[in-house]
Write a protein that binds this ligand. Sequence first.
Ligand code: HAM
Length: 422
Amino acid sequence: MAKTTLTAVRGMNDILPPETVAWQNLESAFRAVLALYGCAEIRLPIVEQSALFARAIGDVTDIVQKEMYTFADRNGDSLTLRPEGTAGVVRALIEHGGLRGQTPRLYYLGPMFRHERPQRGRYRQFHQLGVEFFGIASASADAEIIALSARLLHAAAVPARLQLNSLGTPQSRAGYREILLQYLRPQAEQLCSDCQERLERNPLRVLDCKVESCQEISRDAPQLLAHLDPESAAHFALLQELLRSMGIAYEINPRLVRGLDYYHRTVFEWVAEGLGAQGTVLAGGRYDALVAQLGGPDTPAIGFALGMERLLALRAASMGEELAALPHVFLGALDAESLAAIFQRAEELRARGLRVISAGPASIKSLLKQAQRSGAHYQVLLGADDLAADSVLLKEQEGLAQWQGPWTALDQGLMQLGVDFS
Ligand code: HAM
């Protein structure tokens, strides 16, 4: 019987070197920016109880209804691969009492899982960098976290436009919902089948549906911004004033609704050119009721998450290939007798901070090929004769520089050729 070759699960990607170098570079640039805003990292399980997401994200959202990877474990407990990070962070803070009298600023980096139709920029396993600020009700937190998001995108060298909206409070939204329904109901038949189905449950989602006929109808719909409660309107005005004072440009998009139910007041997205409908590289908003809703103390909060794959795709388009840190030196053994000497010297040099590839025993031809592939700046090939004579040749791979001297003084040779041991 022919064996079928096993492949990765559809929509879940292997990330291979040298692509991993671009990931690492971006991650460390992000960590440096996050430190500027006093954010600390939190690492959470990838699997949570299914009920957490239904309660946090909302029973009637696409994520909970259609996209979760949910399974029963061996005890029969219903578990879910996390589709996003906010719910888990809130759960963990409540569980560990991290909100009492404190205003934590946390970030997380890792895989999320949604059973969506895969296409460029949309995967079933994707990676988010998320940031959550807790305990600050003022629009100052909104402004600060948006400034942080701008700085992250700047560090990634991905140009994007900031879109803003306010969803008001659940009370002001409930009043608007009725007004919107009165507008949409007579035109229900022109809506796409998804929107027809969610019309009564969640009419606001019609506003950000991407289907042309729905967009046409929502263009003339009454706007939520015109029906904000006075406090939400003042909150939104202060946010805009602070953004202007920091020189952060924004557009107000009254149809920005977001696909998760926990948002209050401010919602925002950064949209980049070049990924079509998947152009939202970073998105978030305020969720002042979620902590209490999940059983914690009344705590206002705001956060966002950025899609690593989307940013990296756009960055690759704009930056070209990123350089891996290449080895300083390749040490090759020409025979079994010199292998131990190679290994010993390689460890010594690594202990002093050099990147070293050791190989062998193998023929000259094979070692030269391996040395070249390694990308090392310098190479040394060592045989039993060289060891006996205590004399080796250290050569630059892509140039003419070389040093001949005792094997025991190889570090001196590397320094003479300009390798920095600091
Ligand atoms: P979200 O809008 O569902 O928000 O996702 C945030 C970002 O993750 C998106 O803008 C996108 O860049 C990326 N993303 C989402 N789904 C996919 C996918 N299938 N493939 C590739 N990238 C994807 C949240 O998840 C909220 N938890 C954000 C938040 C944090 N709000 C408050 N705090």
